[in-house]
Design a protein around this ligand. Structure first.
Ligand code: GLC
Length: 469
């Protein structure tokens, strides 16, 4: 060993021990050790993340807008799949609306992977710092980017060769993962990575037409297992993602105890989702759905702004969630211990459609006034109530205050049932300077609000937090 290597080895060992000392913990490659990981505060505090689906499917950017997941007949889902990021699968289902669209628009000979040339050319124009500033402005505290979706296209210069296709046909020219990671961190946000471990259509080209196909087409070969394992290791080493967001499941032979322990040793305050198909996760991931009561295990609901994750050029106001509904959704999720991972689907050149931008700006405006009761909060003993006047209310708690979010505009008074204020209580409406008047009417708290200005939802801060009767 020469002096330089000796020095490197030493400093590596030193850095490792500093890391361990900082987190006070070392993880072994056993489930017992991995299970000792606890959800870090940053993730419980964050409440809002931005999910990004970006890849070859962003070029055609097309899917039939058949409805939201959960509201479309399961038997028809795959033929009329509203998820534009499933374009390749929908195209492989002959006579599906996507198949017809593709033939009409690009012709029968145009192969899906030929979109790579357009994608790689268009992404040259992308400015990662503009995205990072935009996300920061929405109030989001973290970002999760699709590093590889089901089509197998990789958004980073992976050194892992794909045994089925030439690497350059399935690899982005720019290091989109690395550049976004740097830009997002420069804005003070955390950066996480999505990876489709369960499905990879470069290994298994058979189209999926049913739930059953979804299970049977998840590649389980040693070859694919090695490939996926190497990817997660590579992503961990290169980018130290704050979130390991795996999708669908993972090959059964995968070396997950080794991958997870390495990850936690490298990123002690990282979090792992529940889609590896094993009995361990930091959080659960309901999709286009969420829990209807306070759920102690940390959870994160994800959805697209419309019916799709990847950009779908046919989506408009009929499909895209309205701003008031979006803000009510965020509040509702937070009151029940969840985060909202809200997805945007950018175009290949990095631009974002006006309707998606409009929703992000609405979120940002509302959170600048009301974020105090959202970020860093925890569920209170009750998640919700209805005022005597019929207004839907959600609660959170932070420090010594209770926050009551009114989901529609109050008029004169709001009577919150079963709420006993302590003497000396101060009630304020966020965004207005003066304290508001309150009184107690037999176990109910009566607050005078006088038609406040503001939009989407109104937040009352009640300090100290009262007892729930
Ligand atoms: C699903 C879909 C997918 C989307 C994801 C987001 O599993 O297959 O297209 O990326 O969930 O939650």
């Amino acid at each position: 060993m020469n002096r330089r290597t000796f020095h490197l080895v030493l400093s590596g060992a030193f850095a490792g021990s500093v890391l361990r000392a900082a987190s006070g913990k070392h993880y072994d490659a056993t489930w017992d050790s991995i299970r000792t990981h606890t959800v870090p505060d940053w993730y419980s505090d964050a409440k809002l993340g931005i999910f990004i689906h970006w890849g070859l499917y962003s070029v055609p950017a097309w899917a039939p807008p058949s409805g939201e997941l959960g509201k479309v007949d399961q038997n028809k889902w795959f033929y009329q799949n509203p998820y534009a990021e499933w374009y390749l699968n929908s195209l492989r289902l002959k006579d599906s609306p996507t198949y017809k669209h593709h033939i009409e628009t690009y012709g029968a000979k145009f192969d899906y992977y030929d979109f790579a040339t357009i994608f790689n050319k268009d992404t040259q124009q992308w400015k990662p710092s503009e995205w990072a500033k935009l996300f920061h402005g929405t109030g989001a505290r973290y970002v999760v980017l699709t590093s590889k979706h089901h089509d197998g296209f990789r958004l980073w210069p992976s050194q892992v060769p794909n045994p089925k296709r030439p690497s350059d046909s399935i690899t982005a020219k720019r290091d989109l993962v690395g550049e976004l990671t740097a830009a997002v961190r420069a804005e003070g946000l955390k950066m996480g990575l999505y990876y489709s471990g369960g499905l990879d259509w470069t290994f298994e080209p058979k189209p999926i037409a049913s739930e059953q196909d979804m299970r049977s087409t998840a590649p389980q070969t040693e070859e694919y297992t090695r490939y996926a394992d190497a990817h997660w290791r590579e992503l961990t080493e290169r980018y130290q993602p704050a979130v390991m967001w795996n999708d669908i499941t993972y090959p059964k032979l995968g070396k997950l105890t080794e991958i997870f322990s390495k990850y936690y040793n490298r990123v002690p305050d990282g979090v792992i989702d529940d889609r590896f198909g094993v009995d361990f996760s930091d959080f659960t991931t309901p999709e286009y759905s969420h829990y209807d009561k306070i759920t102690p295990k940390k959870w994160e609901s994800c959805r697209g702004l419309g019916f799709s994750f990847g950009y779908n050029r046919v989506e408009g106001p009929k499909e895209v969630i309205a701003s008031d509904k979006l803000i009510a959704l965020l509040i509702d999720i937070v009151s029940k211990n969840g985060n909202l991972l809200l997805n945007i689907g950018p175009k290949p050149d990095g631009s974002i459609s006006d309707i998606q931008l409009d929703r992000l700006h609405a979120l940002g405006r509302w959170l600048r006034v009301n974020g105090e009761g959202i970020f860093g909060s925890r569920p209170w003993v009750r998640d919700s109530a209805k005022s005597a006047e019929g207004i839907d209310i959600r609660f959170t708690k932070k420090g010594d205050s209770l926050y009551a979010f009114l989901l529609s505009q109050p008029d004169q008074v709001v009577t919150i049932p079963s709420l006993q204020a302590k003497s000396g209580t101060t009630v304020s409406l966020l965004g207005t300077p003066a304290a508001v008047q309150w009184s107690q009417n037999q176990g109910n708290l009566v607050i005078s609000v006088r038609r406040p200005s503001g939009e989407y939802a109104w937040t009352l801060r009640i300090t100290p937090a009262p007892e729930s009767a």
